[in-house]
Design a protein around this ligand. Structure first.
Ligand SMILES: NC(=O)c1ccc[n+]([C@@H]2O[C@H](COP(=O)([O-])OP(=O)(O)OC[C@H]3O[C@@H](n4cnc5c(N)ncnc54)[C@H](O)[C@@H]3O)[C@@H](O)[C@H]2O)c1
Length: 264
C-alpha cells in the first residue's frame, strides 16, 4: 500500500495512545499507510484491535494492546511491545484524553472530575513520554507529537480539560529543550472541532459551530492525522517545541467581531 512518495515512515515503530477511534485511529491509518509499524493502544482493547485489523487488512503493519495512560505498568508494557514488534520506537503520539462536561457552577465541580481530566490528559502524556524517551533517543530520529486542543489556547469551556491542554504546551516546550540535544523532537498539534465519536449525537452543535470557522467547516480526523504525520516525519527535522494550530482558522480569526462589524 505504500508508494515511494508516501513512505516517510518506512522502518519506523510508532505507538499511539487512545487510538481505538477518532483522531488516534486516523493517525494510525495515516502513519501505517506511509510505511510505519503502528502499535494501536487504547483503554478499550476491542476498539484498538479493530483499528489494527483494519490497517492489516489494508496491507499495513499494526498490532494492538490495551493501555491506560493513567497506569504506568500498561504504558511500560506498550512501549516494550512496540520495540519488540517493530524493532524500535521512533514516534510516540500522545492522543488519549479525558474531558468532563462543566457543571453549571464552577464552584460545584467535584475535585475528582478535575483530577481525572488532568491525570489522563496531561499526566498521561508525561508518563508516556518518560517511558518512551530512552527508546526515542536510541532511535536517532525520535519524535513525540501530542494532541492538544484550541481549548488550551482560548476559552471554549471545560475548565480541567482546557488547563490540561494548556499544560501540554508547556510540557512540549520543556521536553523539547530536554530531549533536543539527545536527537528527539517534541511538538504539539492543537485541533479545533473535529468530527469524531466524541461529537456523536451532536450534529446540531457541529452544524452551528461550523459557521465560526473561517474555512467554513469543522475538521475531519484526517486533517489532524496529516499534521501529526508532518511533525513526526523528517520533513519537520528542524521543528521542535512548537504548537501547530490545525483549526480551520478558528483561533487566528475573530469571526464574532467581524460579524458584529458587518451587521447593518
Ligand atoms: N474531536 C474534537 O473535536 C477534538 C478537538 C480538539 C482536540 N481533540 C483531541 O484529539 C484527541 C482525540 O480526540 P477524539 O475526538 O478522536 O477522541 P475520541 O473520544 O473519539 O477517542 C478517544 C479514545 O481515547 C480512549 N481513552 C480514553 N481514556 C483513555 C485512557 N485513560 N488511556 C488510553 N486511552 C483512553 C478512548 O477509549 C477512545 O477510544 C484528544 O486528545 C482530544 O482532546 C479532539
Amino acid at each position: 500500500m505504500t508508494s515511494a512518495a508516501l513512505a516517510r515512515f518506512d522502518g519506523y515503530g510508532v505507538l499511539i495512545t487512545g487510538a481505538g477511534q477518532g483522531i488516534g485511529a486516523a493517525t494510525a491509518h495515516r502513519l501505517a499507510a506511509e510505511g510505519a509499524g503502528v502499535l494501536v493502544t487504547d483503554l478499550d482493547p476491542e476498539r484498538a484491535a479493530r483499528v489494527a485489523a483494519d490497517i492489516v487488512a489494508a496491507g499495513g503493519r499494526a498490532e494492538s494492546l490495551a493501555c491506560d495512560v493513567t497506569d504506568r505498568a500498561t504504558i511500560e508494557a506498550a512501549v516494550a511491545h512496540a520495540v519488540t514488534a517493530f524493532g524500535a520506537l521512533d514516534v510516540l503520539v500522545n492522543n488519549a484524553y479525558s474531558c468532563a462536561p462543566d457543571e453549571a457552577l464552577f464552584e460545584d465541580e467535584p475535585d475528582d472530575v478535575w483530577e481525572r481530566d488532568l491525570d489522563v490528559t496531561l499526566s498521561g502524556a508525561y508518563r508516556c513520554a518518560r517511558a518512551a524517551l530512552p527508546h526515542l533517543v536510541a532511535s536517532g530520529r525520535g519524535a513525540i507529537v501530542s494532541i492538544g486542543s484550541v481549548n488550551g489556547v482560548q476559552d471554549f469551556g471545560n475548565h480541567a480539560y482546557s488547563a490540561a491542554k494548556a499544560g501540554l504546551a508547556g510540557l512540549t516546550r520543556t521536553l523539547a529543550g530536554h530531549a533536543g540535544p539527545r536527537g528527539v523532537r517534541v511538538n504539539l498539534v492543537t485541533p479545533g472541532t473535529v468530527r469524531t465519536d466524541a461529537w456523536s449525537g451532536r450534529e446540531g452543535e457541529l452544524s452551528r459551530v461550523s459557521g465560526l470557522y473561517p474555512l467554513g467547516r469543522v475538521g475531519e480526523p484526517e486533517d489532524i492525522a496529516a499534521a501529526v504525520a508532518f511533525l513526526a516525519s523528517r520533513d519537520a527535522a528542524w521543528v521542535t517545541g512548537t504548537t501547530l494550530c490545525v483549526d480551520g482558522g478558528l483561533t487566528a480569526v475573530n469571526t464574532g467581531f467581524r460579524q458584529a462589524l458587518a451587521t447593518d
